[in-house]
Design a protein around this ligand. Sequence first.
Ligand SMILES: *[C@@H]1O[C@H](CO)[C@@H](O)[C@H](O)[C@H]1NC(C)=O
Ligand SMILES: *[C@@H]1O[C@H](CO)[C@@H](O)[C@H](O)[C@H]1NC(C)=O
Length: 582
Amino acid sequence: MRFTGSLLATGLQLSAVLAKQPSPNKKPNIVFVLTDDQDLHLQSMDYLPLVKKHLTDKGTFYKRHYCTTALCCPSRVTLWTGKLAHNTNVTDVNPPWGGYPKFVSQGLNEAWLPVWLQEAGYDTYYTGKLFNSHSLDTYNKPFPAGWTGSDFLLDPYTYTYMAPRYQRNRDPPVAYEGVNTMEVISQKALGFLDDAISNKDKPFFIGIAPIAPHSDITGGKNGERIWGPPVPLEKHANLFPNAKVPRTPSFNPDVESGASWVRGLHKQGDENVEYNDHYYRQRLRALQSVDELVDDVMKRLEAAKLLDNTYIIYSSDNGFHIGQHRMQPGKMCGYEEDINVPLIIRGPGVPQGAVSDVVTAHVDLAPTIMQLAGMPLRDDFDGAAIPLTKPDQKKAINNLHEHVTVEFWGKALTEGGIVFRPDEPATILNNTYKSLRIIDVKKNDYNFYYSVWCNNEHELYDMKTDPYQMTNLLHPAAKAPKTLLGRPFDAMVARLDALLFVLKSCKHETCVEPWSALHPAGNVKSLKDALNQRFDDFYVKQQKKVRFERCADGLLIDAEGPQFETEGSVYRRDGLHWSEWT
Ligand SMILES: *[C@@H]1O[C@H](CO)[C@@H](O)[C@H](O)[C@H]1NC(C)=O
Ligand SMILES: *[C@@H]1O[C@H](CO)[C@@H](O)[C@H](O)[C@H]1NC(C)=O
């Protein structure tokens, strides 16, 4: 996702902004608050007045920000490396598919943001959850590289609100029995902030990754893991007694929706809905300590007179659903609730109280931070720097950056802690799919979600007319329109499929400018450009279609069907296609 042709300009704009800073030689500080499983679409942001006061009202809210894999570990690895999950092969939370050991064995511990920031002259700090399977056994095999100071939550106690274990620098892990993890992390975060502020010679980066509002997970007597709602601080325990999951059209609907296993779910009964509302309130309550932590952080930055040279970034690793499409609490799906996540950025030159229309994703955040740190962007990034200033945001809209790559492998879990129907177990197999979001940011002419599941079911939602994704236009029973965007329906879908064909295995630049892979002449840069009738044949007849050979739990190329790099067609003016001339 690149803002075509604007990178150089972005760099210049940025240096103009930085030049206005009081200490022009000092690089900006960066504070990154990363919550766990926080939704955007269940309105959790409405319950965080201090985040609003300090960040949303004083910064820019990126309303079209997406995670690319809706699961903690792959999402976080993407965020801190600037690479999509199909390029890190950290696709799940535990080995062999993912987790901290996989991050290490993939060589990523030497090639991620804190290491690069230290090279750029930064002091780097982090507290809270880093990755899954970063545990009592693995925390020092080896230690995560690149941190000046660190205090990590460790598995299997990462999600145990009332008995977490943290591990500081090179010290052994420490248990905090009976203390709420949110109190622990707040103190650690503020301690690191004080350390960072006191070193006046160096700019700093601080990552603060609280567990809220993730489910609580406690070990049972027989080593089993017991899931339940998050545990708020006592003083927040009775807030919002009447709050309920927003009753949108996709909330526990009368008709089935979605595809694959989602379409097979039953409507939830009253007892189930009541429990899920309780679970929802516990999330809002647990988030209150994040709100207060942000307040404390901002007060300290203000007291240290650092606000005019500090960027504050607020986001969540992935989104969350409760009841939409009849699903139990969880994530891991491609629906909007799971992938469209909060992103707020406040800092010098960033418009205040603004809402940006640009389409951005977690894979863009490492490039964004590198650029703030005055570092060149790496050639192997799969994302591009997010435009921060007003002119850059405007330029990005015109340079059209409109897609997000979404991918997932393996199981889906329900995380509420209670199984309401024996025929709907907590672990669902074959939740493997590739999908994309595409939004016309300039004219709002289109807004789609397109997916292909590993059982080869397809989904298409026209989100201009169906924002809650209730009508899958590619379901065999659906009445699809004859034309879409002025093309025959199938010819339009073939374009989305070709785009997904490129994106599902893209590398680097191609992930940012996928249309160039299909049209190397450079005359097609958006879906709109690709709609030209003369390309109908190319998309419908010449291009191979996205297809899975089978459902795999991880990135096994032989399960993933044709690969664009070896079997794709490239449009050429003379009418020949790549497969014909190579
Ligand atoms: C999961 O996918 C595998 C491989 O494609 C298939 O054999 C199996 O029947 C599927 N299981 C379910 C529960 O759908
Ligand atoms: C990804 O990791 C899995 C598990 O280690 C491995 O089997 C697979 O071959 C890897 N995929 C690629 C493309 O390297």
